[in-house]
Design a protein around this ligand. Structure first.
Ligand code: URA
Length: 437
């Protein structure tokens, strides 16, 4: 079987067989198929698409390109969550302890961030001493004992995706549904959880710009997850502004603690209740979304959700005192307000640009080798629909360098758009896709 023939087959809109797809992924992973041929194949897939069986074959071939975690030493149902990526997305920090406090086991592998802000792992490392480099045995033991553990992805988890994503990133082939689905679902399947809940973003700063495109992606993700034998649900949410208020690692941890403390409501809590609701119902812990949300709210009110976060931080070697005293988390030396140049209602906040401001302050990585400053970032005071007076503070910049702080203030002023009339706010949760229970 020659790769040239497979490329031509897909270019002409034909269907690849299971064997062809396995041969292609194995050859690309072991280096016998060169990048230039795989790039051509990715472009052919982007232009001609794949049917459901091809996407499933691609996903399974990628899943088995490296280590596949067997979570059977952990008793009971195990749940995991994935987000297609967003600015200010600290959902896992809130959702995982909330769900674990309701008794459902969270066995989660997370990544570091590249771009915008850090990933969940970077955010958790704001707790001094916190380690995500757990051995498999420690990971299993922590989940069995505490009901929750979050570890970094093992080096050999889906090596096909590491190579393929790097290639797609530089060949204009990221926004292809078959390629996104196989990339995301191979990592989730290899991580071993029984229940997978997906947060699919749409709008500015996400791959899918419209709710229709996001629905297409969500339907494909859940279909492949179920065909691979997992319980799977997806939520389509709006990314036309950053999630919550904080963008930046320790600042996001502080915000997550405020939600777990019951001190902050709004879009972040709404999302965690919806995702957590799907997890608990898919796992059979609740009969309806309403019942599940009631359990999650009770976990917050009773203090059990916050205690679960502290328990996880302790179990992974971190200092949990910051959970109860967030002022102990890393703090930036400069706090600069961002005065509004206009008066009116906020009609738009360019989420991606806010993420880039945080990255320029040192809160994200431009290259893999960059070191993150956990203390820096942005806290937004004004969100969509809020009214603002001229000169009123839109946000606070947290910085450790005066020049970068001044630059961030100017850039953030440009992230906001205003209107004089009232604005119609889009629904934050567009749709929830659940299994037929
Ligand atoms: N996230 C992934 O992990 N892979 C993609 O292809 C897109 C988003």
């Amino acid at each position: 079987m020659r790769m040239t023939d497979l490329i031509a087959k897909k270019r002409d809109g034909q269907t690849l067989t299971t064997e062809e797809i396995y041969t292609m992924i194995t050859g690309f992973t072991n280096g016998s198929i060169p990048d230039y041929q795989m790039s051509a194949m990715c472009m052919a897939i982007l232009l001609k698409g794949m049917n459901e069986q091809e996407i499933l074959d691609m996903t399974m071939a990628m899943t088995y390109s490296g280590d596949v975690l067997d979570l059977s030493p952990i008793e009971g149902v195990k749940a995991d969550k994935h987000s297609t990526g967003g600015v200010g997305d600290k959902t896992s920090l809130v959702l995982c302890p909330m769900v674990a406090a309701c008794g459902l086991k969270i066995a989660k592998m997370s990544g570091r961030g590249l771009g915008h802000t850090g990933g969940t792992i970077d955010k958790l490392e704001s707790f001094p001493g916190f380690s995500t480099e757990l051995s498999e045995e420690q990971f299993f033991e922590n989940v069995n004992r505490h009901g929750i553990a979050i570890m970094g992805q093992t080096a050999n988890l889906v090596p096909a995706d590491k190579k393929l994503y790097a290639l797609r990133d530089v060949t204009g082939t990221v926004p292809s549904i078959p390629l996104i689905v196989s990339s995301i679902m191979s990592k989730k399947l290899a991580s071993g959880a029984d229940v997978i809940v997906l947060d699919v973003k749409c709008g500015d700063g996400s791959f899918m710009k419209t709710p229709g495109q996001a629905l297409d992606l969500a339907e494909n993700l859940t279909r492949i997850g179920r065909r691979a034998g997992r319980k799977c649900a997806a939520i389509i949410t709006d990314m036309d502004q950053p999630l919550g208020h904080a963008v930046g690692n320790a600042l996001e941890v502080k915000e997550a603690i405020a939600v777990l403390n019951g001190e902050q409501e709004g879009d972040l809590l709404e999302l965690c209740l919806a995702l957590g609701g799907c997890m608990l119902t898919e796992a059979g812990f609740a009969a309806s979304l309403e019942e599940a949300k009631g359990m999650l709210i009770q976990a917050v009110r009773s203090g059990k959700a916050l205690e679960k976060l502290a328990e996880m931080v302790r179990a992974q070697g971190g200092d949990d005192s910051a959970v109860y005293h967030p002022e102990l988390l890393p703090q930036a030396s400069i706090q600069a307000e961002v005065p509004s140049r206009n008066a009116g209602s906020v009609s738009r906040i360019h989420a991606e640009s806010v993420g880039l401001v945080s990255m320029k302050l040192g809160g994200g990585r431009a290259t893999k080798a960059d070191v993150i400053d956990p203390a820096v970032g942005v806290v937004l005071h004004k969100k969509l629909g809020d009214t603002v007076e001229e000169g009123e503070s839109l946000a606070t910049v947290h910085a450790n360098d005066p020049e970068r702080a001044a630059e961030a203030v100017a850039l953030l002023q440009d992230c906001y758009e205003f209107t004089s009339g009232p604005i119609v706010r889009p629904p934050f949760i567009h749709q929830i896709l659940r299994s037929e229970l």
